[in-house]
Design a protein around this ligand. Structure first.
Ligand code: CA
Length: 231
């Protein structure tokens, strides 16, 4: 049985029930369901979840406003958030990811996708905490040493520019995690070194060439950004 605690913020009763039923079936028993952003803030006074499933369209305080508030408070900033969105809410998805939400699931979703995304976010969270201590990233045949700025793929070293290294490291640190172009820009740019979103696309093309044979490690998430393949 999974011990992780999950807070579900969803105002539609049938979706609440669907989520609860499927998560309980998968062994997640520590669930709390609320139907508003205000309700979530109240619940968080006594319930400290490992993950929040957050519907964006809520009465009263909407999901993005709640996300912004949670990410701005140290006590709740580290709790992973998966947004539940309609397909048409692409702009909101991007805003949410930039605020620090970890992933999103577009409605209508299958039970399989729901459970897989939840497990993936919980697993990634553990993994990224472990990597931060080591300084060396290993992802399949890819090895990155940030201290020495060395990259090897299947045993052969690859020469990368500063930006290419930073972009690949950022993506590979959190496999499966979607990063928007704007997030990547903010990560790689120096103080006096302007980078545009278009330039990120160009860098990705260059990176994929250097990862020849394994270029599918970097996946394009249409309309949103990029992510490192999650095995
Ligand atoms: Ca809703």
């Amino acid at each position: 049985m999974a011990k992780e605690k999950i807070l579900i913020v969803e105002d539609e009763e049938d979706i609440q029930e669907l989520i609860r039923y499927n998560l309980e079936k998968e062994g997640f028993r520590n669930l709390q369901v609320v139907d508003s952003g205000e309700g979530a803030l109240e619940a968080l006074k006594t319930f400290s979840p490992d993950l929040i499933l957050l519907d964006l369209m809520l009465p009263g305080m909407d999901g993005l406003a709640l996300c912004r508030q949670l990410k701005s408070v140290p006590d709740t900033a580290a709790i992973p958030i998966i947004m539940l969105t309609a397909k048409s809410e692409e702009t909101d998805i991007i805003i949410g990811l930039e605020m620090g939400a970890d992933d999103y699931i577009a409605k209508p979703f299958s039970n399989k996708v729901l459970v897989a995304r939840i497990r993936s976010v919980l697993r990634r969270r553990k993994q990224s905490l472990a990597d931060d201590g080591a300084g060396i990233l290993k992802r399949g045949g890819l090895v990155m040493n940030r201290g020495k700025r060395e990259v090897a793929l299947n045993g052969s070293s690859i020469t990368m520019t500063f930006s290419e290294f930073e972009i690949l490291y950022m993506l590979a640190r959190r496999p499966g995690w979607v990063f928007t172009r704007n997030q990547i820009v903010n990560e790689v740019k120096g103080d006096d070194y302007p980078v545009t979103e278009r330039a990120i696309d160009v860098q990705i093309v260059g990176l994929r060439k250097k990862l020849k044979g394994s270029e599918d490690m970097i996946e394009t998430v249409r309309g949103v950004g990029y992510r490192f393949k999650n095995d």
